[in-house]
Design a protein around this ligand. Structure first.
Ligand code: ADP
Ligand code: MG
Length: 188
C-alpha cells in the first residue's frame, strides 16, 4: 500500500523515528474511524537484511549490502503492507531505485528526512557504544550524504523532521493513505 523511506546521517535518530511512525500507523489502522483495508506495518532495516555496520566501511562491502536491503524492500511491498525502510538511504540513485520498485508494485511513497547536526549524531553515536561505526566510516557517511529533495519525484512527498521536533504524523499518514494524486501507474 505504501513505501516510507527514512533517510538521514548515521545515528541521527532514524530507527527512533521508524518505530514512532510504525506505532502511529498501527494506532490509526486499529482505530474505529479507520475503514480502509487491513494493513500490516513492516520495518525493513539493515539488521533484518543481515547488513552489519561494517558493510559501510568500503564500497565493495556496501554494494551487496544495499542489494540485500533492496530485495527485502521489494519483497515487502504490497497492497496490504506499509513498508518502512529504516536505513541510511543516503544515495540519490538508490532512493530512485526504491521509488521505481514502489511504482511497479503500485504503492504510494513518502520520504522522511531525519535531521540532526553531525555533532549531535556523534554525541549519540558515542553514547550508544555498541554496534558503532568506525570513525572514518561515520565521517564518510556524513560527507557522502545526498540530501533528499522535494523537487525530485522520487523523494516526494518529503517530510523533514528536525531532531527536536515532533514528526507531522497525521500529514504523513494522509500522504500515504490518500496521496496528493491518484496512485501512480505501474512503471513500463
Ligand atoms: P539511527 O537509527 O539513525 O542510527 P537511532 O534512532 O538508533 O539512530 O538513535 C541513535 C541514538 O540517538 C539512540 O541512542 C537514541 O537514544 C538517540 N536519539 C535518537 N533520536 C533522538 C532525539 N530526537 N533526541 C534525543 N536523542 C535521540
Ligand atoms: Mg538505526
Amino acid at each position: 500500500m505504501a513505501l516510507v523511506t527514512i533517510s538521514g546521517f548515521p545515528c541521527s535518530g532514524k530507527t527512533t523515528r521508524a518505530k514512532q511512525l510504525k506505532a502511529y500507523f498501527e494506532s490509526r489502522i486499529s482505530s474505529p474511524e479507520y475503514d480502509g483495508p487491513d494493513l500490516t506495518v513492516v520495518i525493513v532495516d539493515d539488521d533484518i537484511s543481515h547488513v552489519p555496520r561494517s558493510s559501510y566501511d568500503t564500497s565493495a562491502l556496501e554494494k551487496p549490502a544495499r542489494a540485500s536491503l533492496f530485495s527485502n524492500v521489494s519483497r515487502s511491498l504490497g497492497s496490504d503492507t506499509i513498508t518502512i525502510v529504516d536505513s541510511a538511504n543516503y544515495i540519490k540513485g538508490y532512493r530512485y531505485q526504491m521509488y521505481c520498485a514502489a511504482r511497479e508494485a503500485r504503492v504510494r511513497v513518502a520520504t522522511i528526512h531525519v535531521v540532526a547536526t553531525p555533532d549531535k549524531c556523534k554525541e549519540w553515536h558515542e553514547k550508544r557504544g555498541e554496534c558503532s561505526y568506525k570513525p572514518a566510516t561515520f565521517d564518510n557517511l556524513i560527507m557522502r550524504y545526498e540530501e533528499p529533495s522535494s523537487m525530485v519525484r522520487w523523494d516526494s512527498p518529503l517530510f523533514t523532521i528536525p531532531w527536536d521536533e515532533q514528526p507531522p504524523f497525521e500529514d504523513i499518514w494522509n500522504a500515504i493513505l490518500k496521496g496528493d494524486k491518484k496512485p501512480p501507474p505501474a512503471a513500463v
